[in-house]
Write a protein that binds this ligand. Structure first.
Ligand SMILES: [Zn+2]
Length: 434
């Protein structure tokens, strides 16, 4: 029998990537046709498992990031309801001393810059446990926190911070305005990426802000994610990933203007943006035009700059796996350091389980005796590294690598070395890296 020669192009195949592209942009409403990166199926990155849960089914959700060709917002569909993620949140900001110090410096700077005083009102959206607002109290500036997770909000209230347990949006803003509250300053740190209904959130800020008020928002910068290959910062809690050009689009859509921007080192490289009403008297700083120019030169106003990222991610996976396979073939022992959310994206996407990493360690006692979601790697106290003396320690929170190498440099006593997976697999000899 003769086989008919049929020319099938890859794009004709019923590939899941093509079938899933039916969502609409959460900022401008355009149909989403372009993939940014598809990291496959992944469990929720903060759902660490108890031993008795290992035999049960585990929910997995797609981790497929799309990019809008109109406003260029890089985004994840709302695969998981925010109620499931944020109503009981395990992350207390005050556990991180460097983050609290960052917040204190900000409060002192912004109080001077905006001349805030006893007549002002500062509102923080997703105020967590009051790690930031607490620093306004000694400065005599009235504050209000809005926080969806009741357990962390309770901790803010205990610090003496008036806190409302709610998801912020137009409804909450209108209730506040009706009760006579309007803000001189609205703060949102690491919340914008977590908001599924972006327009409702920004619309709420516009309503709550006084005519001459200022909004400051901090969020990881997409430019750093792309340039440094930080694909593991993608997880279900992060719905949107922002370039500055997309932020400009978002501001214009809501009658806001960008008046300043700063690049800050938190979370692998973030932006702190300053927004005000378009009709206000605030004059944009030169930094705004400079960053827009830079992103334009990088091609961020064109879809092509975004669609090449996926190949970069696949290459990183192959390199990391090649390294780990070669090390295991040589009989080396490897463990992890840290069990951060980003580690779980990396481990699940690359398929790195206990066959590669015997265990990982973490400083947070909550995680001890538990297992990482999906890959089921046991999590031990940090001291397990001294007992086990592995040949390699894979640093999962790579943004803290300098600190970790300092703390764990004694692994050189038995010839141990560090592996850093991002931006691409690198071996650090503790002798040479200090
Ligand atoms: Zn869009």
């Amino acid at each position: 029998m003769q086989v008919k020669n049929v020319n099938i192009r890859a794009s004709d195949l019923p590939h899941s990537t093509n079938l899933r592209l039916t969502a609409h942009c959460r900022l401008c409403g355009e149909g989403l046709k372009h993939s940014f990166v598809d990291l496959g199926m992944s469990p929720l990155c903060e759902s660490f498992l108890l031993p008795e849960q290992l035999d049960s089914m585990e929910p997995y959700f797609p981790l497929h990031v799309l990019v809008c060709d109109r406003c260029l917002l890089v985004q994840l569909k709302e695969y998981v309801s925010p109620d499931n993620i944020f109503s009981e949140y395990a992350y207390f900001s005050s556990f991180s001393t460097s983050w609290v110090a960052h917040a204190k410096a900000y409060c002192e700077m912004i109080t001077k810059r905006l001349r805030l005083g006893p007549e002002s009102l500062v509102v923080e959206l997703a105020c967590n446990d009051g790690y930031l607002l607490q620093h306004f109290l000694p400065l005599g500036v009235p504050v209000l926190g809005i926080e969806p997770a009741a357990n962390v909000a309770k901790s803010a209230i205990e610090k003496g911070i008036p806190t409302q347990v709610d998801f912020f949006g137009v409804r909450v803003a209108e209730e506040l305005v009706a009760s006579g509250k309007r803000a001189d300053l609205i703060v949102g740190n690491n919340v914008l990426a977590h908001v599924p209904d972006l327009n409702d959130f920004v619309g709420g800020m516009v309503r709550l802000l006084k005519p001459e008020g200022v909004i400051t928002l901090e969020f990881p910068h997409l430019e750093r994610l792309i340039a440094e290959n930080q694909f593991d910062t993608i997880y279900h809690e992060h719905f949107s990933y922002f370039s500055f050009v997309t932020i400009e689009h978002m501001a214009a859509l809501h009658g806001l203007k960008l008046i300043d921007v700063e690049e800050i080192p938190t979370h692998g490289g973030s932006l702190r943006i300053y927004l005000a009403h378009q009709a206000s008297s605030h004059v944009p700083a030169q930094s705004v035009a400079d960053l827009l120019d830079r992103e334009e030169r990088l091609g961020y106003r064109d879809i092509a700059a975004y669609t090449t990222f996926a190949e970069q991610v696949k290459r990183t996976k192959r390199k990391l796996l090649s390294f780990l396979i070669a090390a295991k073939d040589e009989g080396k022992t490897i463990c992890g350091y840290g069990a951060p959310g980003k580690g779980n994206t990396l481990l699940n996407y690359c398929g790195i389980g206990p066959d590669f990493l015997e265990f990982t360690v973490d400083r947070n006692p909550y995680k001890h005796g538990r297992f990482t979601p999906g890959m089921h790697i046991p999590i031990c106290p940090v001291e397990a590294i001294d007992t086990f003396k592995p040949d390699y320690v894979l640093i999962l929170p790579w943004n803290l690598k300098t600190e970790i190498v300092q703390q764990m440099r004694h692994i050189r006593d038995w010839g141990g070395k560090f592996i850093v997976p991002i931006p691409e697999v690198t071996v650090l000899d503790p002798e040479e890296s200090l």
